[in-house]
Design a protein around this ligand. Sequence first.
Ligand SMILES: C[S@@+](CC[C@H](N)C(=O)[O-])C[C@H]1O[C@@H](n2cnc3c(N)ncnc32)[C@H](O)[C@@H]1O
Length: 319
Amino acid sequence: MEQTMRRSLREVAGVLALAIGGRAVEPGTPSLTALTVAAQRAIGARCADPLLRNPDFLAEKFLGPDVRAVLAKRSPRISRELDMDYDDAVRSILARDNVFYALLVRTKYIDTELKKSLDDGAEQVVILGAGLDSRAYRFTRELRRATVFEVDFPPTQEFKKNCVRGFLGELPANVAFVPIDFSKQDLATVLAGAGCREDRKTFFIWEGVSMYIPQDAVDATLRFVATRSAPGSRIIFDYMLESSLKSPRVANGIQKSLIAIGEPWIFGFPGRRATEYVLDHGLQVIGDPAPDELAAKYLRASDGHISGRAGRMCLASRP
Ligand SMILES: C[S@@+](CC[C@H](N)C(=O)[O-])C[C@H]1O[C@@H](n2cnc3c(N)ncnc32)[C@H](O)[C@@H]1O
């Protein structure tokens, strides 16, 4: 029954895509959502209030001429917002969708847990659907004894490698770029082929990805971490609920623009949070905080008020 409902969600997304003239991601082009979330982090990093500033100070560096050209062509609104001052840009983004502050929470929560895991002896960091994630380049001191595996669609990854070469001159020796299509390839095989070791404590980052991939790929990823990673390994991710995906607010709002760019949200966790699903896939849940809790922790401004809304996030470990 649940599978049928999820299938129909994908079918609805497909039909809607046709109805509004949507298309699949152009072959050879980078994921547009990867570029637009990096652009929002770059804007967030300009916030005057240090408590509400996005810590991704390198996001701006990724927005070189290549990225700006793609954004100007395929997402002119964010392109204009990048040229506005901070307050105007945030007002404009919030009028369109409501993920700006959820992105800030994501960056802060994942940064915090990454540092904790490295302090606790994680030797590998696997960034699943890495997009323009800058952590391998922002946390060079903390990562000096760790290997980072950036896993992503080949076109997004090739694009990113050029960006990194552009601002660092070369690709760091401790970062392995691992091309994959999660919906077609086996994560264990692909990671092993890139030299990732199942006997080394690993921190998995799965940021802004679970909603874009089919349920089979979500299940395989959770099971892989539960059964093929070293004890003490952890995974952190943000997620959507199936009920939110079906809500008119999402279906008539952000989902329409995602379909138009060929990157619809197709997976949401059943029930009221991810906990049960994650437990069923063999992991221990360390945290699955409610959005209000995340907002109270990560969205408090210097004057004490809480800005914006958080999304849903989960931190789990291999038993
Ligand atoms: C919204 S972006 C998030 C990027 C990055 N994690 C961040 O938060 O900035 C989604 C990412 O998932 C990747 N992705 C989506 N579907 C994928 C698939 N089937 N196989 C591999 N990567 C995929 C895209 O290439 C993109 O980098």
